[in-house]
Ligand binder design. Structure first.
Ligand SMILES: *Cc1c(COP(=O)(O)O)cnc(C)c1O
Length: 373
């Protein structure tokens, strides 16, 4: 089969997600095939599929083209996170969010308890604290907006501080996606996403991706994937690429609906507070408006009353699915504090809503009836 075609980076990302990761030779299939194999015949670049598989290759080409970077795909988002944290030398310092994604928090705590790394925890919405924590660090791990408190980080300021101190910066860009926040263009060395969420987009796979413009970091991530055996399944990679084709449409639609629902929720008598980066009531509204062309499709809101009231609202949804996770075509919501791993700073009655692509009025009617009871 001919070489993968890398589209001209002058194209918009809306076109790249459709056009990239395909081959363009005479008679080639329009879509890359699913190649289930563990071994290759001699004479090619690879012998064993822990190193490479053409189905992941197509997904990596497409995501790499979006960001003008090299993409490494992993078996899950947490596998990508673990690989990046593995780049920190033994005993190295990691600056990390006070309120990270729960899996990241658990992994950091595990590495810290075992003495492999030292963690300095800082609030993502406090650029001064981030800059002050950075000298001596090997890695600055940023997440923005955070899950589920939706704190917004000044990624460019944090990158400037980190680079002045010689630290690497990795951003967990899962919530905003590259459409909503271009972490590499804002200065990050590595952009990580759980492709389980908006890239896959259909709640039917687990996969993670890490992109970088540094040849050396790309090599290191590739080696970590081999050493950890964190290789993606070929069917998952194919489904993720299939999801990527419609990502521009889906992300735009669910971001617009999320913004609209956030505004309506703010006026609902049963809602005490809404957290959404593009609402004027958000503490980093101006920064979010500058960094994020879209506000994301996750809205967190605090239900008036207590955990029982909030749980009852979640139990009453009909169109919306009460489930964890986010980024699917279907709208999901849950009371985050029902999870044992959730950070104690998450209010008991906080509900996290992941807005999908359904009709926005249908979603509003469902939320309204669930909240009103
Ligand atoms: C889901 C998620 C992850 C972990 O990804 P998996 O694919 O579930 O392993 C990491 N970061 C954020 C922000 C997430 O939402």
């Amino acid at each position: 089969m001919s070489e993968a075609h890398v589209p001209d980076s002058a194209l918009s990302m809306d076109s790249i997600v459709v056009a990239a990761g395909r081959t363009h030779g005479p008679g080639d299939p329009v879509n890359p095939p699913i190649v289930p194999t563990s071994i290759y015949l001699p004479g090619g670049a690879h012998a064993y599929a822990r190193e490479h598989n053409p189905t992941w290759g197509a997904l990596e080409d497409a995501i790499g083209a979006m960001e003008t970077a090299t993409c490494t795909a992993f078996a899950s988002g947490i596998a990508a996170i673990s690989a990046i944290l593995d780049l920190v030398p033994h005993g190295g310092i990691v600056v990390a969010p006070t309120h990270p994604y729960s899996g990241t928090g658990a992994r950091l705590a595990e590495l810290e308890a075992g003495g492999s790394i030292v963690v300095r925890r800082v609030a993502m919405d406090d650029p001064v604290a981030i800059a002050e924590a950075t000298p001596g660090a090997a890695l600055v791990w940023l997440e923005s907006p955070t899950n589920p408190l939706l704190e917004v980080c000044d990624i460019s300021a944090a990158c400037d501080a980190a680079h002045a101190a010689g630290a690497l910066v990795a951003v967990d860009n899962t919530f905003a996606t590259v459409f909503g926040q271009h972490a590499l263009n804002l200065g990050a060395d590595i952009c990580m996403q759980s492709a389980t969420k908006y890239i896959g987009g259909h709640s039917d796979l687990l996969l993670g991706v890490a992109t970088t413009r540094s040849h050396e970091l790309a090599q290191q991530l590739h080696t970590r994937r081999i050493m950890m055996g964190a290789t993606p399944g070929v069917l998952e990679a194919w489904l993720a690429l299939r999801g990527l084709r419609t990502m521009a449409l889906r992300v735009r639609r669910c971001n617009e609906s999320a913004h609209e629902l956030a505004k309506r929720l703010e006026t609902h008598p049963q809602v005490e507070r809404v957290l959404y980066p593009l609402l004027p009531s958000h503490p980093q509204h101006a920064l979010a408006a500058k960094h994020m062309p879209m506000g994301g499709a996750v809205v967190s809101f605090i239900v008036r009353g207590n955990a029982t009231t909030a749980q009852a609202a979640c139990d009453r949804v009909e169109l919306i699915t009460q489930a964890t996770s986010l980024g699917g075509v279907e709208t999901t919501m849950e009371r985050r504090a029902r999870h044992a791993l959730e950070h104690p700073d998450t209010p008991e009655s906080l509900v996290r809503l992941s807005v999908g692509i359904e009709d926005v009025d249908d979603l509003w009617n469902d939320l309204n009836q669930a909240l009103t009871g």
